[in-house]
Design a protein around this ligand. Structure first.
Ligand code: C2E
Ligand code: MG
Ligand code: MG
Length: 970
């Protein structure tokens, strides 16, 4: 009975057949209601049942119990199970018997069957297992290849669509994948994107780039894949059971569907789905596992690609950003460079404006600068002329060598810019249009493009700066216009600045020229004035008559040399003081002109005696001086004095007269006693007086005696002043008598000094000192007052008192007034007083004196000329003065007493004087009549009046008022 069973088993080709034979034969034993073989190559997964039945739970439980038991046998209720394989393998088969009631059975047939079955099913299962493992290996290999391919794809240069197509191909090699899609899910946006979608039925192409909100496919299969995070597989019905809620089918309904979520760390990142619309193409669990496995790799590859893509796109976008930034930056740089160029250009223009090159250079430099900024191949600057009527082109550069003559303001583009004060940018068309519409006339050849901007000065448009092109290659744009406009402001400023500087320079030049002219005028004036000054100075410092240095000159020179001597005491010097002897005689007898000639000749002779640096000076009148600069001792000075005396003594001719002249010389040797030039001159003068006193034409050295005398003189001066103060000066009166009867006609008041120590002094001992020291006038007035006082009583019986008036008084213009006042104050009639003047007074200032004498005479005061004959007054000019009386000098009267020649001369002089007086109707008074003989002679000669010791000596007033006083003879 086992044999057919064994044959059947031997014929059985697979596990199914073996299991079917076992189940059939076990049932055939009749020990049970039903026999089933449960088997699986991978228990408890994929259990198969033979015959095919629903594998109920109770059968599986009893099978498991049998497999778990050591005996391989188990009974549960009506079910009895026998393990057909060992429990050491997952390839397992169990025979399950169902009985009518709970009575397990054992029989030798069953055991035999079980043994045979066990042997055969083991083999069959092993074969299946082997086949399975071969298939698994193949599958694993395919999978591995697929994974490699996917990894390869991810690493390849391929782009995303290509990668996805590659993935599709690979999946297709693993399973049926005609319809395939990959979706990516973004948790953040809760959106899904079908990055790859191939469907043979659903042709609704989804945008692979677009993220769809997950809501749009709510409760669809893909939605559940994402939400439930587990694979779904099977028919729609099966799928509906697998999902966690109600299912909505989006798109075409498929026959079989397999989808797996793509997970990364438990998070859903997407889904991979294959589906079939055809019968027979069904997905297995292997497919599902495979797809799940591949899905993770797809995700990796996608992510890799994505990140590569993202990296690339990031790189690209970064590159783009960088490029953008770069572009912006280079624009900025360009802008900045342009700005810098512009700035530099403006600086240079500013610099130019203060430069001092020519305007031509300035324009050329501006052109250079503009050329550095824009194309300025054709460039010109136009300026409005000063009167505003002309347009001038001070600078122009033109490739066509166009001429730019000045022109009246017309209708050109340049004028247009000036008129509007706005830039003009025009191409050929615009130019033509402007010509037609705007009244702009073309000047010069047509330009392709013309750009002109106004040069706007501080007040108005002063011109235009323009560039133009003749070719289509060069044209200007708004930027060029903007730039040229900008530059134009600076050009205008620079131009104005330079113009201002130029006009300033011109003004300066004019001013300078004016100053130059004025300076030369002034220089001329100054030199004239200097010359005049020099002349004046010369005049001031020189004597007009002789041309010799004058007193002032000598004085200055002496002061300087004295100062020098104080520094160099060894450098002593000498002053020679000279007075021409009897010069007045020459003057009076031969006239002033002859006198002048004599003085000039003497000056020449003196000059001939000295050499540089000695000085010959004329001190005034007939006085000269010589300064001997280096007279170490007295001998030098004495030698010089002798030479001078000798030189002057030589005969000379003046006005056709032979004249013999002489000088008296006084020498003063400078030493440390002297402080001033006056002191030196004074001493030289004193020595000169001594020389004169000792008999003329000789010299005297100022020595200690003279010095003492000088000192005495000083003392005397003091004395004189004191005398004035103490009223020590009094008049004595000497009668003037009629010679015929000795009757007194008047008195002469004669000065006496009642000196407290020296007794009574006559004028001879002090009058000169008093005159020199300037006290004499005061003394005179003291005497005049006393005389007038005395006159009242003295002249009770008529007559007059004659006052001796020193010549100095006549320098005071009010002398006459004062005298008349005194006379009036004394209660006298003017004719009670007469004045006596000397010849010296007549000579000093003849006109003034004449007038004064005239006034006095008119008032009743008569004048007498005293000491007539001693002086130099020529008889001829006496008539010019209103003189009442001539007084013949005592010396002639005395001469009358002598014998021989002197008496003869004296007599002739007296006779001449008397004759003259008579002719001029003047009285004659003879002085110093001491003898009767003299009186007689004089009377005989016709002299009416006289005075002298013969009649009376000068006596004080008291004498004359006394008892024994002479009564005047009527
Ligand atoms: P004089 O005006 O010619 O005066 C005459 C001088 O002759 C007086 O000298 C007088 O005393 C003197 N005399 C008169 N009779 C004789 C005589 O018979 N024999 C001699 N040998 N001499 C006689 P006295 O007073 O010494 O005056 C001298 C000069 O002084 C005057 O000369 C006069 O020029 C001047 N003098 C006199 N009184 C004054 C005065 O008050 N003022 C000024 N400025 N000069 C005066
Ligand atoms: Mg007198
Ligand atoms: Mg006299």
């Amino acid at each position: 009975m086992l044999a057919p069973f064994r044959n059947e088993l031997l014929l059985a080709a697979d596990v199914e057949s073996v299991a079917a034979a076992i189940a059939t034969h076990a049932e055939g034993l009749g020990l049970c209601q039903e026999a089933t073989v449960l088997w699986a190559t991978d228990w408890p997964a994929q259990r198969h049942s033979c015959p095919q039945r629903v594998v109920a739970t109770d059968r599986i439980a009893v099978a498991d119990a049998a497999l778990a038991s050591a005996s391989g046998h188990a009974v549960q209720g009506r079910l009895q199970a026998f393990a057909l394989t060992g429990n050491d393998s997952t390839a397992t088969a169990v025979l399950v018997l169902r009985h009518e009631n709970a009575h397990p059975v054992r029989s030798p047939h069953l055991d035999g069957l079980l043994d045979t079955a066990r042997a055969r099913i083991g083999e069959a299962l092993e074969t299946v297992a082997l086949r399975r493992s071969v298939a698994r290996l193949e599958q694993a290999e395919r999978l591995q290849r697929a994974l490699f391919a996917i990894a390869d794809l991810a690493g390849s240069e391929r782009d995303m669509p290509e990668l996805l197509r590659g993935v599709h191909r690979i999946i297709g090699s693993l399973m049926y994948a005609e319809n395939f899609y990959i979706a990516l899910y973004d948790t953040g946006r809760d959106a899904i994107r079908f990055i790859y979608f191939v469907d043979s039925i659903d042709r609704d192409l989804l945008d692979s780039a677009q993220w769809l909100p997950l809501k749009k496919i709510e409760r669809g299969l893909t939605w559940y894949l994402v939400r439930d995070r587990r694979p779904l597989m099977g028919t729609t019905t099966e799928l509906a059971q697998q999902v966690s809620g109600p299912l909505t089918i989006h798109g075409a309904d498929s026959h079989d569907w397999l989808g797996v979520p793509m997970l990364r760390g438990g998070v859903v990142c997407g889904a991979v789905v294959v589906q079939s619309y055809v019968e027979g193409a069904r997905y297995t669990h292997e497919d599902q596992a495979l797809l799940s496995f591949v899905a993770t790799h797809i995700l990796t590859a996608l992510e890799r690609k994505q990140s590569q893509f993202e990296l690339e796109s990031r790189v690209a976008s970064r590159t783009r950003e960088l490029a953008d930034a770069n572009r912006v930056m280079s624009l900025e740089v360009e802008e900045r460079q342009r700005g810098e160029r512009l700035q530099a250009a403006l600086y240079r223009i500013a610099e130019l404006s203060s430069g001092d090159g020519s305007m031509e250079e300035f324009y050329a430099a501006v052109h250079g600068i503009v050329g550095g900024l824009i194309n300025a191949q054709n460039f010109y600057i136009a300026l409005i002329s000063e009167d505003g009527n002309m347009l001038e082109f001070p600078y122009h550069v033109d490739e066509l060598k166009v001429d730019y003559p000045s022109r009246p303001m017309g209708l050109g583009s340049t004028e247009y810019v000036i008129r509007t004060g706005a830039p003009l940018l025009a191409d050929r068309v615009a130019v033509r249009r402007n010509q037609l519409e705007g009244g702009i006339l073309a000047s010069g050849p047509p330009s392709h493009c013309w750009l002109g901007v106004p040069l706007t000065g501080s007040e108005a448009v002063i011109g235009v700066v323009a560039v133009q092109s003749y070719t289509t290659e060069v044209s200007y744009g708004p930027r060029d216009q903007e730039l040229l406009t900008f530059v134009s402001y600076h050009i205008a400023t620079a131009l104005e600045r330079r113009r201002a500087a130029q006009s300033l320079r011109a003004a300066n030049a004019r001013l300078e020229q004016r100053v130059e002219e004025r300076t030369s005028e002034l220089r001329h004036e100054i030199s004239q004035r200097e010359q005049a000054e020099l002349q004046l100075k010369h005049q001031v410092m020189h004597d007009a008559l002789t041309g010799l240095p004058n007193r002032r000159y000598l004085h200055d020179r002496l002061e300087r040399i004295l100062a020098r001597m104080r520094r160099q005491p060894e450098r002593r010097f000498a002053v020679l003081y000279m007075d021409v002897d009897r010069f007045k005689v020459i003057n009076d007898s031969l006239g002033h002109l002859a006198g002048d000639e004599v003085l000039q000749e003497i000056g020449r002779r003196l000059t001939g005696c000295v050499r540089e640096p000695d000085v010959v000076a004329r001190l005034g009148g007939d006085e000269f001086a010589i300064l001997l600069e280096d007279a170490g001792d007295a001998d030098t000075a004495i030698g010089m004095a002798r030479r001078v005396i000798g030189a002057v003594a030589q005969p000379m001719r003046a006005r056709e007269h032979d004249i013999s002249s002489s000088v008296s010389v006084g020498i003063a040797l400078a030493d440390d006693r002297y402080d001033t030039a006056e002191e030196l001159l004074r001493d030289a003068d004193a020595a000169m007086y001594r020389a004169k006193g000792r008999g003329r034409s000789r010299f005297e050295l100022f020595d200690q005696n003279l010095y003492r005398e000088a000192l005495d003189l000083l003392a005397a001066e003091g004395d004189l002043r004191r005398g004035l103060h103490r009223r020590e000066y009094h008049p004595h009166f000497q009668p003037i008598v009629r010679l015929s009867n000795a009757g007194v006609v008047g008195y002469e008041a004669l000065l006496r000094w009642y000196h407290p120590e020296r007794g009574m002094l006559a004028p001879g001992s002090f009058v000169q000192v008093a005159e020199d020291s300037g006290v004499l006038e005061a003394i005179d007035w003291q005497v005049f007052e006393a005389s007038c006082r005395a006159a009242r009583s003295l002249l009770r019986d008529g007559g007059y008192v004659a006052l001796n008036v020193s010549p100095r008084h006549f320098a005071n213009s009010d002398f006459d007034t004062r005298l008349l006042q005194l006379i009036a104050a004394s209660g006298l009639e003017p004719n009670a007083i007469r004045i006596e003047v000397t010849e010296g007074a007549l000579l000093q200032s003849p006109d003034q004196l004449g007038a004064m004498l005239q006034r006095l005479q008119k008032a009743g005061v008569h004048a007498a000329l005293d000491d007539f004959g001693t002086g130099y007054s020529s008889l001829s000019h006496i008539h010019r003065f209103p003189l009442r009386v001539l007084k013949i000098d005592r010396s002639f009267v005395a001469g009358l007493a002598e014998d021989g020649e002197t008496a003869r001369v004296s007599a002739s002089v007296v006779r001449a004087v008397i004759a003259l007086a008579r002719s001029l109707e003047m009285e004659v008074v003879a002085e110093g009549i001491e003898t009767e003989h003299q009186r007689q002679t004089l009377q005989e000669m016709g002299c009416e009046y006289g005075q002298g010791y013969l009649f009376a000596r000068p006596q004080p007033i008291d004498y004359w008022l006394g008892e024994d006083a002479w009564a005047p003879v009527p």
